[in-house]
Design a binder for this molecule. Structure first.
Ligand SMILES: Cc1cc2nc3c(=O)[nH]c(=O)nc-3n(C[C@H](O)[C@H](O)[C@H](O)COP(=O)(O)OP(=O)(O)OC[C@H]3O[C@@H](n4cnc5c(N)ncnc54)[C@H](O)[C@@H]3O)c2cc1C
Length: 392
């Protein structure tokens, strides 16, 4: 592909969007396919994989044009956890089968990592995958599995070797979910929603081509996938559930305080300013960190952004509640402002627990960024078969 100047690229993408995009196309299933075919979805990737081989600054020009037009689908080379992990670590047949459909949003996905006895200590998983040559047979249980009910595949970690220390016996798979041995049971969340599930796996079959990385090297693949997940969580957060749009383009907290008649309150003003400052600072820090990074290469930097976002979400929800005062005690559809504040207060735990808790992000930052001594881990170097567990 011939090199373009920034101005030529900006003109090309803007003209393409003007010719193809309109807000009515939101939710139109063919839109993403067009974005992918035109090379706008993953511009940093190679031409063989739907990309344009652009460096980060030019890829950002494309993303900015999409953001300005409020058109979805670009920047997936940063944000599409599934496609990035598959492209980095998958076998050629699996990449040929799924990278395109993942970018076009045609495949439902979930993460089969956590188990009842292994969350923060993920290397303690007990779900087993037994190698049968052309396939693996999986047995075990996963929990907190978001979106499992509609998933076509789950990114699964399972133990393939019980005779080596815990980090070394794990393998990473794309597990087909639509088969008889996969049972998905919904769980109810603190927000009263039901996005996550228990997943029971009984004699589940996974083709050998669906192994990512080599057998027993799944821990390394997981670190790549977690870095992408944390990076996305560090940048994004869900807004109010009521879907009520703020009438003005100003910061939601300022708009809320104005509406509630407390914008002149000096203490609230200070709290609002601080919450907004955290958010701006995190956006700048994330942009700076990413500018220096190869894609998904440093989970410690991603941990910093995710930890900051968790603090911001808790703080914004607290300030929202303070702005509303006693009104925040209401619930229900007749009180959308209170419902939003309460939803955001509870939903802030999504970011401070999901994808690795705040405490775990602090451990990572302490050990890998600050060089503090590692936490003692008594079961690190013994064969997993000999690790003692509660009642065992
Ligand atoms: C909304 C939501 C969605 C999720 N979606 C998924 C999903 O799709 N797939 C999936 O696999 N998982 C998912 N999870 C699970 C999530 O990754 C785990 O809940 C998380 O890793 C914590 O594990 P745990 O719940 O077993 O808690 P535990 O590991 O038992 O931790 C309990 C407490 O102890 C603290 N703690 C544990 N170890 C240490 C330590 N070494 N140092 C300091 N403190 C420590 C933790 O910070 C926490 O406060 C989701 C969770 C949430 C909340």
């Amino acid at each position: 592909m011939t090199e373009q100047t920034d101005a030529q690229l900006r003109d090309e993408v803007t003209a393409w969007l003007a010719a193809h995009w309109s807000p009515e196309r939101r939710g139109d299933k063919t839109w993403l396919a067009e974005v992918v075919a035109a090379g706008w979805a993953v511009p940093r990737w190679s031409v063989d994989w739907f990309g344009r081989e652009l460096a980060d600054p030019q890829a950002r020009i494309i993303e900015r044009a999409f953001t300005e037009a409020a058109a979805p689908g670009s920047g997936q080379d940063r944000t599409n956890l599934w496609a990035n992990t598959l492209l980095a670590k998958g076998t050629e047949p699996l990449k040929a089968q799924l990278v395109g459909p993942l970018l076009r949003g045609e495949v439902g996905m979930c993460l089969l990592y956590s188990e009842p006895g292994a969350g923060s200590d993920l290397a303690g998983i007990r779900t087993r995958a037994d190698n049968q040559g052309d396939r693996y047979i999986v047995n075990g249980q996963k929990v907190w599995t978001s979106t499992a009910a509609n998933a076509d595949y789950g990114m699964l970690i399972a133990r393939t070797d019980w005779d080596v220390p815990k980090h070394r016996g794990i393998s990473f798979f794309f597990c087909p979910m639509k088969q008889p041995g996969v049972e998905v049971r919904p769980l109810r969340q603190i927000t009263n929603e039901s996005f996550f599930n228990e997943v029971f796996l009984t004699d589940v079959e996974i083709p050998a081509d669906n192994l990512l990385g080599r057998e027993g090297e799944g821990w390394g693949v997981l670190q790549t996938a977690l870095a992408y997940e944390r990076s996305v969580m560090g940048e994004m957060a869900r807004g109010p559930r009521s879907g009520v749009k703020d009438a003005t383009a100003e910061e939601p907290l300022i708009a809320l305080a104005r509406e509630a008649g407390v914008l002149a309150d000096p203490v609230l003003r200070q709290q609002i300013a601080q919450a907004i400052a955290y958010k701006r600072l995190n956006a700048l820090n994330t942009a700076r960190a990413k500018a220096d990074l190869a894609q998904g290469s440093s989970s410690s930097i991603m941990s910093l952004g995710k930890l900051a976002m968790s603090r911001i979400l808790h703080e914004e929800a607290r300030v929202r509640t303070a702005i509303l005062g006693a009104e925040s005690l209401y619930e229900g559809k007749d009180h959308p402002r209170a419902e939003d504040a309460n939803f955001l207060t509870l939903n802030a735990y999504f970011t401070s627990i999901g994808g690795g808790t705040d405490q775990i992000q602090r451990n990572i930052i302490g050990e890998r960024v600050l060089g503090l001594p590692k936490e003692p881990e008594l079961d690190r170097d013994i064969p997993f078969r000999d690790v003692r567990t509660q009642g065992g």
